[in-house]
Design a protein around this ligand. Structure first.
Ligand code: DGJ
Length: 686
């Protein structure tokens, strides 16, 4: 029984053990079991074509020996041996962390597996480190963050996303019956298609059912590999992608994988709420993690590149009248940036647009009672820029290839220290000279022609680029503790828990159509915290599908409310309504950003959306009909969640004031009437 290790969280238990050969094997993950009753089964060879190891659940499979399954780790030793044998060396278990060291004795390498638990959460943080104690190099070809084994031999439904630009976070569920299911990014960033997450279940729903889930804290190339083997076991390996990746680990060096956050929950609501709370309490930068995000106005959709002191101040005045707290000037303020063809890299104020600089704009914004924020796209350069003319060799490139452009731009080689410093300096310079309290850090194209001849091993760029981005973000936050950072990559291309460890919020999608957004936001909310999810009210799609301001606000108020509409087009009625919604949002934002979330009706599988947010003070219901006709089914009876049975709650629906007990609201529910498509109702329960 000695070498069995137990991780106990509030409601779950995770058990692993070392067998007599020294192999670290998985034993149990699921509902909490208090007594220590687990032991390891013996395994024997079943026939000469199936190794006895096929029946072993491994905590971290390494490539080598008779392991034919997908592996979490692979390397080549200095003598070209590609066979790893990592067996138990020692373990250290403290109150909140289990550290298991495995060793390959022949090659003097240690593989260290970390398991961190938290008194306030069911999430377990996992990561792996490889240490080279030999005198030669070890070429690391794969270093995943974790491997998980799902219980039982029946197949699982695996949920990930399948999206694109403007359509991020589109949930897809696939039953994995045989073989492999892989979700990944090879673009340098997380991208818009798949997410570095997994959700695995058999027949769970919002309220109940076994759900196993995990999310990777990393914004570069990732890989989620799900395998169901011939024995029936489903295992998932989550980590940095091994595609075109390797890392030369020198003698004495250590390489750590990104962190993965895994959990077991009873139903999807439990899963999402656990991850939302965990992200706020343990992942987001501490400076703003527990503070509600300000209501922001961003001028991009109103004026595009055509920014000027005059139009920004005009919009700022209107934004302030609506109650906005932060005014952000987006693209177009620097260099020769009059369109998307020039200027990236020249991070100095465009004097034609701002003859006196931007201080008068910032002062004007501050005088209106708002903070000022600025847009950068620091990892990029354009051929038509002073930066490129001075440093054509600062981009990723091969001497024999012509660099492909996307949005007319090229990716800077942040693995060069001088380029990383330039990126830091360009923002530092603006921050040190002006009262800038927010930076939107954009990134609008995937990598290509990824040559970096400054590196001995060029396959390290994927990891080193992402590490440089995080380092610059951390340095900025350290120097300017009041600074809020937002990660953006053509919308939600860098919306992941890695970014959220260094940035205070993320831009969710460039698609701000309020109905499309409900699907996008719902996908985001599965494992990522609501408070980080910026949601702008804009005029997007109004020519194609007219939608009321009420619906637009009701959609955006389910995240971190922001505005991006052209306020010059708002009538006085629109302004009045918008101001009322901003004021209402301020009353409910703590509940939305930090409360529990309940999906009462998911619209992309039915004809309306109903989502409730609740904390100990109040609860808010957003009910929104879809675009289809609802003529014959206008009444919806909704059972609510999250109340205390014996407390009385007051609320107003369609101007009718009501009072009911929590018991009544949760069991009998309330009736919502939709008189047509694209209608919204917001009900606050006090
Ligand atoms: C892409 C972003 O997603 C937009 O919000 C905007 O900042 C543009 N870039 C500016 O070029």
């Amino acid at each position: 029984m000695d070498n069995i290790f137990y991780l106990q969280t509030k409601n779950t238990t995770y058990v692993l053990g070392v067998d007599k050969f020294g192999l670290l094997r998985h034993i149990y993950w699921g509902k909490r079991i208090n007594r220590r009753e687990f032991s390891l089964d013996e395994m024997t060879e079943t026939n000469s074509n199936h190794s006895e190891l096929d029946n072993a659940l491994c905590e971290y499979t390494v490539f080598g020996g008779k392991m034919y399954r997908n592996c979490a780790f692979k390397c080549t030793y200095s003598d070209k041996c590609r066979d790893s044998v990592f067996l138990f060396k020692h373990a250290k278990q403290e109150e909140n962390e289990l550290v298991i060291t495995l060793t390959d004795k022949v090659y003097k390498a240690d593989l260290i597996l970390h398991y961190i638990t938290y008194p306030d959460s069911d999430i377990i943080t996992r990561y792996a480190e490889i240490e080279n104690h030999s005198s030669g190099d070890i070429l690391i070809e794969k270093l995943s963050s974790c491997e998980v084994n799902l219980p039982g031999e029946l197949s699982y439904n695996i949920v990930n996303t399948q999206g694109g630009w403007g359509a991020e976070f589109q949930q897809q569920s696939t039953e994995l019956k045989a073989g492999y299911l892989v979700f990944d990014s090879r673009k340098g960033t997380t991208g818009h298609t798949n997410q570095p997450i997994f959700i695995a279940h058999r027949n769970a729903d919002e309220a109940s059912g076994d759900v196993y889930f995990g999310a990777l804290g990393y914004s570069g190339n990732f890989k989620v590999e799900c395998q169901r083997d011939y024995v029936g076991i489903t295992r998932i390996v989550l980590g940095m992608s091994d595609f075109d990746f390797s890392y030369t680990l020198k003698s004495g060096e250590v390489l750590a994988s990104p962190k993965a956050y895994i959990g077991y929950a009873d139903g999807f609501a439990d899963m999402s709420n656990e991850m939302h709370r965990f992200s706020v309490n343990h992942i987001l930068p501490r400076s703003f993690a527990n503070k509600p995000l300000p209501v922001l106005y961003n001028s991009w959709e109103a004026v595009g590149f055509d920014v000027s002191c005059e139009n920004q101040l005009r919009l700022a005045k209107k934004a302030a009248d609506l109650g906005c707290e932060l005014f952000v000037m987006d693209d177009g303020w620097f260099g020769e940036r009059n369109s998307d063809r020039a200027g990236l890299g020249d991070w100095f104020v465009n004097r034609e647009k701002f003859p006196d600089g931007i201080d008068s704009l910032i002062k004007g914004v501050n005088d209106l009672g708002m903070d000022f924020g600025l847009w950068f796209e620091p990892e990029m350069v354009q051929r038509d820029s002073d930066l490129f003319r001075a440093h054509p060799d600062w981009i990723y490139h091969y001497k024999t290839r012509v660099n492909g452009e996307l949005r007319h731009q090229l990716v800077l080689n942040l693995t060069k220290p001088e380029v990383e410093n330039f990126v830091f300096d360009s923002m530092d310079k603006m921050l040190s000279m002006h009262n800038i309290r927010f930076i939107k850090w954009d990134m609008n194209r995937p990598f290509s022609e990824i040559g970096a001849d400054n590196l001995e091993n060029e396959q390290e760029i994927w990891l080193k680029h992402t590490a440089a981005v995080y380092r610059v973000a951390d340095r900025l936050k350290e120097k300017y503790p009041y600074l809020q950072l937002e990660a953006c990559a053509s919308g939600g291309g860098r919306a992941d828990l890695g970014a959220m460890e260094h940035f205070d919020s993320v831009w969710t999608s460039d698609n701000t159509d309020p109905l499309d957004r409900l699907t996008i936001q719902n996908g985001f909310s599965l494992l990522y915290p609501i408070k980080c999810m910026r949601a702008w009210v804009t005029d997007w799609n109004s020519d194609k599908r007219p939608v009321s301001i009420d619906y637009r606000f009701a959609s955006s108020m389910q995240g971190s409310l922001s505005l991006g509409a052209n306020l010059d087009n708002y009538t006085s009625d629109d302004m009045k309504k918008a101001a009322e919604y901003v004021a209402l949002y301020k009353e409910i934002r703590n509940t939305v950003q930090f409360g529990d979330m309940y999906r009462l009706s998911v619209g992309d599988g039915g004809d309306y959306w109903a989502t409730q947010y609740a904390d100990e003070n109040q609860s808010v219901l957003f009910a929104m009909s879809n675009a289809g006709s609802l003529d014959n089914k206008r009444y919806k009876r909704l059972k609510l969640k999250g109340f205390q049975s014996d407390k009385m709650y007051t609320y107003t629906v369609d101007s009718k004031r009501c009072e009911n007990s929590g018991e009544y609201l949760m069991n009998a529910g309330i009736t919502i009437e939709f008189c047509g498509p694209l209608q919204s109702k917001i009900v606050v329960f006090k």
